[in-house]
Design a protein around this ligand. Sequence first.
Ligand code: GLY
Ligand code: MN
Ligand code: MN
Length: 466
Amino acid sequence: MTTSPYATRRARLAAEMTRLGGADSVAIIPTATVHPRNRDSDFLYRHDSYFYYLTGFTEPDAWLVLTGDGRSTLFCQPKDLEREIWDGIRLGPEAAPAALGVYEAHSVNELSERLPKLLENKATVWYPFATHPGLEGRIDGWLQKVRTRVRYGALAPETQRDACAILDEMRLIKDAHEQDIMRRAASISAGAHIRAMQRSATMLRAGQDVREYHLDAELLHEFRQHGSQYPAYGSIVAAGANACILHYRADAAPIRDGELVLIDAGCELDGYASDITRTFPANGKFSGPQRALYDLVLASQEAAIAATRPGARFNDPHEATVRVLTQGMLDLGLLDKNKHGTVDDAIAGRHHFIHYMHRTSHWLGMDVHDCGSYVEPTEIGQVSERIDPLSGEVIKDRPSRILRPGMVLTIEPGIYVRPGEGVPEEFWNIGIRIEDDAIVTETGCELITRGVPVDADEIEALMEAP
Ligand code: GLY
Ligand code: MN
Ligand code: MN
């Protein structure tokens, strides 16, 4: 029998707990709770990512308890015919060991009775800090129960440690099982972007009233059609000037002939996110100014992609992007050469910030902004200080993370031009972002989202009438 990826991860967590805090350790990992929406309706349930990473189990009301010797105990909803008629089939504690490979399983109703016993005679208790409101209080309650037994010789844990410190590092490097799911999620999302682009041009050519929600509907259709459970985050479908609002959502604005549309949307598949942005002309043909800015953003993304390889720093793609974008802003008159000087001067003064105000990358995985430190752990003590040229604040910098094979990050440069004095009018209200998802490989990076093209000519070609 092959070991499931979940069992392998549990074994690694137990080994790390033992290495860092001794073998007398126990980890408590709850899944997410159900959130009521109104009356007896709940928000759509989404499991906790840490819990799922260790179990592959998606039911609510479940807990994993893992001891340093590698023994795992699952607490889950008991079988209950009436509740299962209303809410769905439950795995139940009897079937759980065979289905999930855990050592033993009990009803979640026995949690409070059994947890103090699992904590007894352990030195360290690990749990995810600041992730589940009320968890600390429940652990305190169980520890108090252990303390009532110290007169009988029981030992109570003296140390509490953050399980995220171990799990974030594990989740940062995606194993083959995870990479495979992420490639499939990326491919579904790429198809959804193509579908939305084509629908925009087709509807405009037919003289129809196109709204942002029409394109959102195309995305959702394609996600679900291919088995995605839901979008990985609220889709952005932004027509024209709305693209300059970074956290805009798919709303009801009209999509007009001659404008650009920015779509930032990705599906979640089997617990893993994808995250793609494309910007395209609503009618299928870029205007001159739109194309000039588009090609600049694309060139900055190419520079970032070239900088994404093992041994490079997480910040390197961002710095490569900023250099290309800032030079382009100076060349196109979006920044004034007489006022801002050379590209180095403009970057040092952070003048590009007016048109490019976000970072180029974030980790991607189970969560769209995935866990994992952005600071290189081996160099955490190397702190340098600098004064931010815009705010005047003192910023403490630590060396940025060294990229390693298996890390997954987005590469998403953009440009957002608001009307303003000295800003060439032909560029006003143009917002462009191009976002792809990259797996760091042994030699460079693999872009898993290029099922939807980025080249302007290729986008125009796929939006042409059939
Ligand atoms: N869609 C969220 C992001 O691009 O970071
Ligand atoms: Mn992103
Ligand atoms: Mn995005």
